[in-house]
Design a protein around this ligand. Structure first.
Ligand code: FAD
Ligand code: NAD
Length: 146
């Protein structure tokens, strides 16, 4: 699977009044009518039970210079960091991301040790200025043209 190059996202949701995030690259577009996306969340991840309870999530597509946020939300940084979120329609979002896709959980499918969370898209926010994505390939972060 490391041979499949992907972008990197942070899945966020509001839980008990606070923002919660998890790095995920198992994300894809599913349907246009209705607008559906899917993210696959491991059963060991705290985010799994949290999204089950909140019934909503946002997918924040990271830009090239957001590798540190990816490491933070993958639990790979030793120290804690303060992260500033914007709040849009009850969703905490990462304001500097390339795009923010806001969803209500449409349906779920348990697949082995992960659950597929299908999200019905309610809002899409995008930056006007162009930006390159953060990529993940062979277990390493990359950027376009590298
Ligand atoms: P925690 O371990 O509780 O949280 C993760 C980290 O985020 C912690 O360090 C926590 O301090 C920090 N954090 C959370 N909220 C905040 C906040 N508001 N402010 C500051 N810090 C905060 N796993 C999958 O299930 N599916 C995937 O598609 C997937 N893709 C991945 C892709 C990559 C490139 C990487 C590196 C990892 C991926 N993972 C994926 C693994 C997943 O990111 C980790 O297992 C993660 O630690 C699970 O998080 P958790 O929900 O258990 O939350
Ligand atoms: P890696 O080289 O292990 O990952 C390569 C690819 O393998 C990933 O892009 C993903 O498609 C797949 N993969 C890896 N672990 C998986 C898992 N537990 N379940 C399903 N698919 C998985 O990359 P790495 O740098 O060793 O990853 C860092 C950490 O993040 C590891 O603990 C890894 O397990 C986790 N991770 C989990 C997922 C996931 O749950 N879907 C995806 C990527 C990374």
């Amino acid at each position: 699977m490391g041979k499949f190059a992907t972008g990197v996202t942070v899945v966020t949701t509001e839980f008990q009044g606070e923002a919660k995030g998890m790095t995920a690259n198992a994300f894809m577009s599913v349907s246009l009518d209705p607008k559906l996306v899917v993210v696959s969340i491991g059963h060991k991840a705290r985010m799994h039970d949290i999204v089950k309870q909140t019934g909503k999530f946002a997918v924040n597509i990271l830009r090239r210079d957001q590798e540190e946020l990816s490491r933070l939300f993958a639990g790979q940084l030793k120290e804690e960091r303060h992260v500033s979120f914007d709040w849009v329609n009850g969703h905490p979002i990462l304001p500097e991301a390339l795009a923010n896709i806001l969803c209500n959980v449409h349906s779920t499918y348990v697949a082995g040790d992960h659950t597929l969370y299908f999200g019905e898209v309610t809002d899409i926010l995008m930056k006007d200025e162009p930006g390159d994505p953060l990529l993940f390939f062979e277990g390493k972060y990359r950027s376009i043209g590298q």
